[in-house]
Write a protein that binds this ligand. Structure first.
Ligand SMILES: Cc1cc2nc3c(=O)[nH]c(=O)nc-3n(C[C@H](O)[C@H](O)[C@H](O)COP(=O)(O)O)c2cc1C
Ligand code: SF4
Ligand code: SF4
Length: 258
């Protein structure tokens, strides 16, 4: 059984590829009721994009809400738990954060891998999408790596192969809590005169945080900062305060979740 989250399709591609190779049933976290789901499959996989050198809060919340029965099944049947995280550059201590969260549920992480894929983060000065040659190179390298990871999982060859980057302790310990507290101010989202009233932003928001009013988007308070609305707008008409002016857009060309 695989649980995954993805905003722009990188992790979705990885999740679908691994599910195809391992035949594990695949569940998109925002569409899955954690309290009622029952375990099915040979292993338990978790896939997500790294957010601010940590695990997206909605992924941690999801695992906290799984039923006692679900957790007991994993423990009693000695089901291996593994994770794959995609990132633009580096994971920081996100793997350790996930491990300690699972440990608090008395679960162990047997295998953990990171995959570098094109960057989606654009909300702070100095952060932008990759140039097209960098994007292409990352995708060229990610595709065989994901295949290799999928085969390892299928063959139960557990491994810990992540790229943490520099100063992971500082980045995860100091910057992730700031991201959790101050990372997103939903009121800063706005549409500009380029808006053609197509409704795509509302359609792609994975948690239904956007509704259309007078044919223009209105953002609710639950934003998880996945940036799907921003990157998918066909006329680049979405801005986050003045942080995204002149920034690029990215949607994974390998296919997004449906
Ligand atoms: C809010 C946010 C925070 C991010 N933080 C990091 C980070 O700390 N390190 C990193 O390498 N990439 C970071 N990224 C980039 C994503 O992890 C990366 O592009 C990922 O592959 C996106 O996956 P998706 O297409 O499934 O959403 C961040 C992206 C977002 C939206
Ligand atoms: S996706 Fe862009 S153009 Fe379409 S409704 Fe949203 S803001 Fe307007
Ligand atoms: S409002 Fe935009 S950034 Fe926030 S969760 Fe929805 S799609 Fe993602």
């Amino acid at each position: 059984m695989i649980f995954y989250f993805s905003g722009l399709g990188n992790t979705c591609y990885a999740a679908k590829t691994i599910a195809g190779v391992t035949s594990e049933p695949l569940h998109f976290i925002p569409d899955t009721g954690a309290e009622s789901i029952e375990f099915k499959g040979e292993s338990l996989g978790i896939l997500f994009p790294v957010y601010s050198w940590g695990v997206p809060p909605l992924v941690l919340d999801f695992f906290s809400k799984l039923s006692d029965k679900f957790i007991e099944t994993i423990k009693k049947q000695d089901i291996p738990v593994w994770a794959v995280m995609t990132c633009g550059d580096e994971t920081g201590n996100a793997p350790d954060m996930l491990k300690s969260h699972l440990n608090s549920l008395e679960l162990d992480l047997k295998g953990v891998w990171s995959v570098i894929m094109p960057n989606t983060y654009v909300l702070l000065p100095g952060f932008d999408v990759d140039k097209s040659d960098v994007e292409e190179k990352k995708l060229d390298e990610a595709v065989p790596r994901i295949k290799e990871i999928a085969n390892k999982i299928k063959n139960k060859e557990w491994d810990s192969d992540v790229f943490k980057g520099s100063m992971p302790g500082f980045k995860t310990g100091a910057l992730y809590p700031l991201f959790k507290k101050l990372g997103i101010f939903p009121k800063r989202w706005r549409w500009t005169q380029e808006c053609v009233k197509c409704g795509k932003c509302a359609e792609v928001c994975p948690i239904g945080n956007i509704h259309m009013s007078g044919n223009h988007p209105v953002w609710g308070k639950e934003c998880v900062s996945c940036l799907a609305c921003y990157h998918n707008c066909p006329t680049h008409a979405i801005e986050y305060a003045n942080m995204t002016e002149h920034k690029g857009q990215y949607v994974c060309p390998l296919g997004r979740h449906s």
